[in-house]
Unconditional design. Structure first.
Length: 279
């Protein structure tokens, strides 16, 4: 704290001898040291309390898995979703599962529901594929941090608080050149295509694999995490792949993004989520 100078009307203090000046200065130094030490102690206590009050983020150790060798660990069964007439805020099994797994993994509950619903749909429509919610979560983690990239939030309608639109695919260094294919309908760009939504689909791939997850008759929306997760599952399962094998899992994920490092990142997240969900 800065001490203000005395007002001009304050009488000048009487002069003191050398010994008195020395004693006074030593006392002042001691006082200042005590104040500084006390402030540092208080700040350290405050910081310790802040650290203790905030849980660390969910750890995802990077695994340098050789492509094709293994699939992530088993994620366990997803409970079926209750019929709308049977749902309650506390008893609906899929919601209860999502809340419990969210506490273990830091994945937003709304995103977990989307990944789980896609898992259940694929169990029914393509049971031989065996894509898991954890693999979808591993992709969602890399593509948009489960729809929360840049501080966004997922609403109850499944859409992020602001549309997620990637960079223009204009052939810049490290970027493919993909000319506009949808007139800018999905990505707002009439020159180049861009990846859109929580699972980052380019318009041409979206047009092929998109479907409306809740079956309400509305067009599928790449910004809706339910629709995006189901489209991702359908894309991964295309070509008759079995994602429960190392060969099938890696072929699917490398088709999503042809990069070994990307596949290892997805693997790392999927494996960590799967193990945490059963812990």
């Amino acid at each position: 704290m800065v001490v203000p100078p005395p007002p001009r009307t304050t009488p000048r203090p009487p002069a003191r001898g050398r010994v008195g000046n020395l004693v006074g200065r030593l006392a002042l130094v001691a006082l200042l040291l005590a104040v500084v030490a006390g402030g540092a102690w208080a700040l350290s206590v405050f910081n310790r309390r802040e650290v203790q009050a905030t849980d660390p983020p969910f750890p995802v150790p990077f695994q340098e898995v050789e492509p094709g060798v293994a699939a992530p660990g088993s994620a366990g069964e997803v409970p079926p979703q209750a019929a709308p007439s049977q749902q309650t805020a506390s008893a609906e099994p899929l919601t209860a599962w999502a809340v419990a797994v969210s506490e273990k993994t830091d994945i937003p509950t709304r995103a977990l529901r989307a990944y789980a619903i896609a898992d259940l749909v694929m169990q029914s429509s393509q049971p031989a594929c065996r894509v898991s919610w954890a693999t979808l979560a591993g992709i969602g983690r890399i593509e948009s941090h489960h729809g929360t990239i840049g501080g966004l939030r997922l609403g109850e309608d499944g859409r992020p608080s602001k549309p997620i639109v990637g960079i223009p695919l204009d052939g810049s260094p490290g970027v493919k050149a993909i000319a506009d294919s949808d007139g800018g309908v999905l990505d707002g760009d009439k020159t180049w295509d861009r990846a859109v939504g929580p699972m980052q689909f380019i318009p041409t791939t979206w047009a092929r694999y998109a479907t409306r997850a809740n079956g309400d008759g509305n067009p599928p929306d790449p910004q809706n995490i339910d629709d995006a997760a189901l489209a991702a599952a359908r894309y991964l399962c295309s070509g008759g792949r079995d994602l429960n094998t190392g060969e099938g899992w890696w072929a699917a994920v490398m088709a999503y993004n042809n990069s070994v490092e990307y596949g290892q990142n997805v693997y790392s997240g999927a494996d960590a989520y799967a193990r945490a969900s059963q812990g």
